[in-house]
Design a protein around this ligand. Structure first.
Ligand SMILES: Nc1ncnc2c1ncn2[C@@H]1O[C@H](COP(=O)(O)OP(=O)(O)OP(=O)(O)O)[C@@H](O)[C@H]1O
Ligand SMILES: [Mg+2]
Length: 462
């Protein structure tokens, strides 16, 4: 195992060639942005593979660092015991010569393949003379990195003006800038890839989270070419849908909408029955109801088919997971990541339903939300082989059109009135590659009856 790694999946997938160059990697960012976590993640991953890592710091406490990393699922003490990780805290050097001497001793004594400096800022205070500083940075770190067989990682705190990184940037083979912003009192983080020698970078900034037990998790936008086009076929739950739609694929996002002032429970029957009859576990994420209210709404919806309440209870327990997220508590980026994390945390999922998507769209700038985040999210979920159903109120023509644009199938429910009286619900339906059709309220009733029969036959134990 001679190959060096980042230990962060997406970085390894895209930049593994860089690691063959004995690179000098600069990780910069403001305090708390995750620099140490990233540097330690790389260190840990290489130490695990048997590469000797020397971690040099002037200010980190070993105990705290080991504790934080252990909370992120990385046991530095394990690799320390194995002899592939060495933490050294050195006193602040008074001169460049003394620094040189200390580092040389450490390197010849341990022969590391990966060397980390967390952070280099104190070194820069040795001298105020800019030209000496430049020479120091360029010569010292350049020479050091040349003498190291694996990689050299420099961590720099670069908040505001106190450090001029341009000298280091010049000699670095890769530059990762960690950013963090706070919105609505919550932190959202991103990794900016400023430079990677020899790689044509097309994605410049990637949101990430630091998660307990998992460490650093990146959420890169999916590359369309890598998103498989058609996953398995899914059956439709009743005759009229089969007649007008034929079949659907898991890779086809569905948009289901209804008037915000007449939200028929019928709309929820379709996602539920698609999931149940295809034997798929379904996650409902509600932005508008707490879990117990959402659950009772789903029960009400299924009871429209004529299923009995104990039958419905059995189905819900077996197939449905309900979660609620208050979208106003998150920035859109945070919300996006939270949802993906939620989806990833539930095993064996086949369908994800977001409800009420009209609310989130109304809260945000539609252009950014739908055309950037949702577009990426739909592709991401498709990449995971999940059917995504976006269920929500008809808020405006513009949002309806954008949501439809992002979907391969649209169902628009409308109440039907006769002589001023409510007589039922009809649905406009369209699927990619077919002509639109209006399912009448009679057809919908028959569809629901058929759903009950099929569910009894295929999903219930009695
Ligand atoms: N177990 C954990 N779960 C979630 N987040 C965590 C966990 N442990 C640490 N973090 C997050 O990681 C962040 C710390 O990152 P890190 O220490 O790498 O930042 P830094 O850029 O090195 O900061 P500094 O400039 O202070 O050295 C914390 O702000 C905290 O939010
Ligand atoms: Mg740090």
């Amino acid at each position: 195992m001679n190959d060096y790694v980042f230990g962060v999946e997406w970085l390894d997938k895209n930049f593994s060639d860089l690691l063959k160059l004995k690179p000098l990697i600069l990780i910069a960012g403001c305090p708390g942005s995750g620099k140490t976590v990233l540097a330690c993640t790389i260190s840990y991953a290489n130490a695990l593979r048997g590469h000797k890592v020397l971690y040099i710091t002037f200010h980190e406490s070993k105990e705290k660092l080991f504790k934080i990393m252990s909370g992120l699922g990385m046991s530095l003490s394990d690799v320390e015991v194995r002899g592939t990780f060495k933490f050294v805290r050195i006193p602040l050097p008074l001169t460049i010569e003394s620094l040189n001497e200390t580092i040389s001793k450490l390197i010849s004594g341990y022969s590391p393949e990966v060397v980390v400096f967390d952070t280099i800022n104190p070194i820069l205070t040795i001298t105020k003379d800019e030209s000496v500083k430049r020479a120091l940075l360029q010569n010292f770190f350049y020479e050091l990195s040349e003498s190291i067989n694996g990689m050299t990682i420099l961590v720099a705190e670069s908040d505001g003006e106190d450090i001029n990184l341009s000298n280091v940037e010049f000699i670095a083979d890769a530059i990762f800038i960690l950013k963090q912003k706070v919105s609505k009192g919550l932190v959202s983080r991103s990794l900016m890839i400023k430079k990677v020698r020899g790689v044509d970078i097309s994605i410049a900034e990637i949101p990430f989270r630091i998660c307990g037990n998992l460490g650093l998790v990146l959420y890169p936008p999916p590359i369309l070419e890598e998103v498989s086009t058609e996953y398995g076929e899914l059956g439709l739950p009743c005759e009229v849908l089969r007649k007008v739609i034929g079949h659907i694929h898991k890779s086809m996002p569905i948009y289901i909408t209804y008037p915000p002032d007449a939200r028929p429970p019928h709309a929820a029957v379709i996602p539920l029955s698609i999931a149940l009859l295809n034997n798929l576990k379904v996650l409902f994420v509600s932005y508008i109801y707490p879990p117990d209210i959402l659950k009772s709404q789903l029960i009400r919806a299924l009871s429209l088919t004529g299923l009995k309440s104990e039958e419905i209870k059995e189905l819900i327990d077996k197939y449905v997971v309900v979660k609620s997220i208050n979208p106003t508590a998150y920035s859109l980026d945070e919300l996006y990541m939270r949802e993906l994390r939620l989806v990833e945390s539930i095993k064996g999922l086949g369908v994800v339903v977001f409800h009420d998507v009209g609310l989130v769209a109304g809260l945000s700038n539609a252009d950014n939300y739908l055309l950037n985040l949702i577009y990426n999210q739909l592709n991401y979920l498709r990449l995971k082989g999940l059917l995504t159903i976006r269920l929500g109120s008809y808020v405006s023509d513009e949002l309806y059109r954008l949501n439809s644009l992002l979907s391969s199938m649209v169902l628009r429910f409308e109440p039907v009135f006769k002589d001023g009286r409510f007589v039922g619900v009809q649905a406009y339906v369209w699927r990619r590659g077919t002509t639109p059709y209006i399912i009448t309220s009679e057809e919908l009733s028959r569809c629901f009856e058929e759903i009950a029969v099929n569910i009894r036959r295929r999903c219930l134990s009695r």
